[in-house]
Design a protein around this ligand. Structure first.
Ligand code: SF4
Ligand code: SF4
Length: 169
């Protein structure tokens, strides 16, 4: 099966959501922050002993807006240059048991929901896997160093250490 995006724009709204007790927006990999107005970009993930100390490195940023400013009447206005988070959607990767990659599907996407409906043999070509792998690398780096990985909470404007996040699983 081949997934084809309908450019409906559904995934370009409600971008700010709570995850493990941290209010987070659309993740932006290094360089992607330049696609958005400076005032709408905040840090997202940092690695180091403490935020603001020497050696603290921001490895991802985030968009702090609910609706993306690039969403137009006909969908994404920067489609060919859109960030990795948008390219991977409605798919994602996570690290499963034994370090194996597991693929996630977000059935809130109407095009994907329709594609998989009633299917018993699910084999979908994941065309933008490299974007998902780059995003997975960010979360893997954080998970491997839980006492030195920090997530920025849009609600409080504070950094929260990874090993203090609320496990909602
Ligand atoms: S919700 Fe699905 S179909 Fe709609 S724009 Fe996003 S990826 Fe494309
Ligand atoms: S960059 Fe494009 S695809 Fe991504 S959230 Fe914004 S409008 Fe949607």
């Amino acid at each position: 099966m081949v997934f084809v995006c309908r450019r409906c724009g559904m995934c370009c709204r409600d971008l700010v959501q709570k995850d493990k007790g941290v209010l987070r927006g659309l993740t932006l990999l290094p360089g992607e922050e330049e696609l958005f107005p400076e005032t709408s970009v905040r840090p997202a993930v940092g690695i180091g002993r403490r935020p603001h100390e020497r050696g603290f490195t921001i490895i991802a940023r985030q968009l702090s807006l609910e609706t993306c400013p690039h969403l137009g009447d006909t969908g994404c206005l920067i489609y060919s240059a859109r960030p990795a988070s948008c390219r991977q959607f409605p798919f994602s990767l996570r690290e499963g048991p034994g370090g194996r990659q597991q693929m996630g599907l977000d059935l809130n996407c109407p095009a994907l929901a329709e594609l998989v409906e009633g299917s018993t043999d699910l084999r979908i070509r994941f065309e933008d896997r490299p974007s998902a792998e780059r995003l997975l690398e960010v979360s893997t780096r954080a998970r491997k160093r839980p006492k030195k990985a920090w997530f920025y909470d849009l609600e409080s404007g504070k950094w929260m250490r990874y090993d203090n996040l609320i496990d909602e699983c």
